[in-house]
Design a protein around this ligand. Structure first.
Ligand code: PXP
Length: 240
């Protein structure tokens, strides 16, 4: 199971004061040395944390694959085609949300929106950029993903992490991961994962990658970024 480290909130802290410190590129390098398999950064339309310059700097400096999270818009497509990350993960974006609240509602998209997502997939594929879709763990959504010809999804684990009935949510994630895998879709997962709730997710061997950010960056205040990444890496390796 690969571990992608989301470094958005290094940029959040930097932006609280402006300037250049702390540098997301330095965080990515530390994460790489601590055992991360990839770096994830979300370029939001309002640029509240990661900036366009960060994406260019990450792509230029880091050796690990870059997973660019972005909304399915024309502006973001152009940025992705110029930056050429190894992967683009399409996420829904609402301007007033604090974080990504749910997955893309592929099954409810109108034809125009579906056409545009297909265009992103087509254009990115030309440049060897893989595309994944961030969706809720729901069979209807996966069926729509299959119809679109997408071969990577990331399952939103936020409901599981926040739920009082996490067992029920865990079952939904397991079933979704199994169903997608049986339909030749590679499954990733992320959102809200921490040292405790990651254990049951790591046990789902249909999931090939986890993308984790906020908790690791938060813990790095107490234990250092290298230790926080290593601890997460060890927990995943122990339970997978
Ligand atoms: N995966 C996706 C698609 C996300 O949007 C996010 C949050 O930006 C994450 C994973 C990581 O979530 P968290 O920061 O809660 O670990």
């Amino acid at each position: 199971m690969r571990l992608g480290i989301n470094i958005d909130h290094v940029a959040t802290i930097r932006n609280a004061r402006g300037g250049f410190h702390p540098d997301p590129v330095k965080a990515a390098e530390i994460a790489a040395n601590a055992g991360a398999d990839g770096i994830t950064a979300h370029l939001r339309e309002d640029r509240r944390h990661i900036s366009d310059i960060d994406i260019k700097a990450l792509k230029k400096s880091i050796k690990l694959p870059l997973n660019l999270e972005m909304a399915p818009t024309e502006e973001m497509l152009n940025i992705a085609l110029e930056a050429k990350p190894e992967r683009v993960c399409l996420v829904p974006e609402k301007r007033l949300e604090i974080t990504t609240e749910g997955g893309l509602e592929i099954s409810k998209m109108d034809d125009k929106k579906k056409y545009f997502v297909k265009k992103i997939i087509r254009e990115c594929t030309k440049y060897n950029i893989n595309v994944s879709l961030f969706i809720d763990p729901n069979i209807d959504q996966i069926n729509s993903v299959i119809d679109m010809g997408v071969n990577i999804i990331e399952l939103h684990t936020g409901e599981y992490c926040n739920s009082l009935n996490s067992t029920k949510e865990l079952v939904r994630i397991k079933e979704a991961a199994k169903y997608a895998t049986q339909n030749n879709i590679e499954v990733h997962a992320g959102h809200g994962l921490n040292f405790n709730n990651v254990i049951d997710i790591a046990k789902i061997n249909y999931i090939k990658e986890l993308n984790i950010g906020h908790y690791i960056i938060g813990e790095s205040i107490f234990m250092g970024l290298e230790s926080a990444v290593k601890t997460m890496r060890n927990i995943i390796d122990e339970y997978k």
